[in-house]
Design a protein around this ligand. Structure first.
Ligand code: DLL
Length: 435
């Protein structure tokens, strides 16, 4: 039987939800226009006034918000409330320049906790559970987001943060951890260290994991589920919107329910900015309908997914987004072939003899980019004959060519030789021309 954290909201009718969204959108637009100069400027330029927004369908009249807006308004220019109402600040570090700063009022923190509690309950979490949070605590939203969500649910939360894998395993054994929250790549590391330490995973009480904050594939899910003997659930969010708790999978494991009474999703064609036909892939755009500190309007995430309109057997009213297939800015162009890192992962993870650890090195020093894929070989194969390794290497190369039309240099590396990360893993490395 499905257990809902918040049945009144999660199981309302689509029509009631639409009315709620419309009312909330009007309010959010009004607050943004009144309190954030950036929005006033953007709305004026687009020739739209808060009064023009009468229902949720009018959302398409509004201008987009982008990451650069946060950079330009650094640190607090996006805030719609005075500092004495802000009780928390988080920031996400970009690759260049200043971080993106987000603030929360007391009500925002409560909303965030409710959304993360819903997300945990979606994946079967209850007050009886022991939740080990192995996302990083600090400016990153992962640790504290899941922490408050777990507490709101009534679970016993272990604020372990990322890293120190042996201790993670000790606490899992001693505290009877039932739920694990961390990045998918770190979940694999936990499994790896458990094997090294001779810990029988089946002796643990672990039953589910809440994995997100970085791209992963269905094939990676299968690896994690097999190695940790748990149900692996995909969770999604981003700091600008709130952090984790924007969307999460239910036990159907078939798309992530977007908590759209608070975060209204749209999918647009990234080139034109126009909505795509229902069910088609495109860039995810979110509007925060209720958040006070940052009333985010039509934020372009650069994440690629599609919206599933069909009702879910779990009974939740919220539409689902498909597992993310990439970002508009992570597509690689290798000798004229467009490829997303997730496609490379899918090919690799289907093959026998390779470990779920790899690194894509893109060399841009020549006229055309070249690509090398470094893959860890399974320990039992690594001690085998050179002939067998060579056969595996060739096989991977052929799969890359036939499935992705990609000519990649394949390098097999020793088990456990690629760098491990406790937080977000970097699977793509660029070698650039020195200028
Ligand atoms: O990563 C928030 C989060 C924490 C989500 C814990 C899930 C769990 P940021 O650091 O702002 O926030 O990074 C957001 O990470 O735009 C996606 O590109 C990526 N991302 C997040 N969840 C997923 C996921 C947190 N489930 C950026 N699958 C987003 C793929 C994800 N990518």
């Amino acid at each position: 039987m499905t257990v809902y954290f918040d049945p009144q909201n999660e199981c309302q009718s689509r029509e009631a939800l639409r009315i709620l969204q419309s009312r909330r959108l009007q309010d959010a637009v009004e607050r943004a226009y009144r309190h954030v100069p950036l929005y006033r400027r953007k709305f004026d330029q687009a020739g739209v006034k808060p009064g023009d927004i009468r229902s949720i369908e009018d959302i398409a009249k509004l201008p987009f918000t982008v990451k650069d807006d946060f950079r330009e308004q650094y640190p607090f220019g996006m805030f719609a409330v005075p500092m004495d109402r802000i009780i928390r600040l988080h920031a996400s570090s970009g690759t260049t320049g200043k971080p993106t700063v987000v603030g929360y009022t007391r009500e925002d923190i409560d909303l965030w906790s409710v959304c993360c509690a819903r997300m945990l309950a979606c994946g079967g979490g209850t007050a009886q559970d022991v939740l080990q949070v192995a996302y990083g605590y600090g400016l990153f939203t992962g640790g504290l987001g899941l922490h408050y969500g777990g507490e709101k649910l009534g679970a016993a939360v272990i604020p372990m943060s990322g890293g120190n894998t042996k201790k993670q395993l000790m606490l899992m054994q001693d505290f009877g951890t039932t739920l694990l929250a961390c990045t998918p790549s770190y979940a694999l590391q936990v499994a790896e260290v458990a094997a090294e330490e001779g810990i029988d995973i089946r002796s643990l009480k672990l039953k589910a994991g809440f994995f997100g904050a970085e791209p992963w594939t269905e094939e990676m899910r299968r690896q994690i589920e097999a190695r940790l003997h748990i149900k692996a659930l995909d969770i999604y969010g981003l700091s600008e919107v709130i952090g984790p708790g924007v969307a999460g999978e239910c036990l159907e494991q078939s798309g992530l329910h977007v908590f759209e009474d608070h975060f209204y999703p749209e999918v647009i064609n990234p080139a034109t900015g126009q909505p795509v036909p229902p069910g088609q892939p495109g860039e995810l755009v979110f509007t925060c309908l209720t958040k006070e500190a940052i009333p985010l309007i039509r934020y372009r995430t650069r994440d690629i997914s599609r919206l599933q309109e069909a009702a879910c057997p779990c009974g939740r009213v919220f539409r689902r987004i498909e597992r993310l297939s990439g970002r508009t800015d992570d597509m690689l162009i290798i000798r004229g072939v467009n490829v997303f890192p997730s496609q490379i992962e899918s090919v690799l993870m289907k093959l026998e003899g390779v470990e779920p650890n790899y690194l894509i090195v893109v060399d841009r020093t020549g006229v055309l980019a070249d690509i090398e894929v470094k893959v860890e070989v399974s320990p039992h194969l690594f001690s085998d004959e050179v002939k067998q390794l060579e056969a595996l290497r060739r096989r991977i190369g052929e799969e890359m060519r036939s499935v992705l039309s990609l000519n990649a240099k394949i390098t097999l590396v020793e088990p456990k030789s690629l760098e491990r990360a406790a937080g977000k893993v970097q699977r793509v490395q660029f070698v650039d021309r020195k200028s």
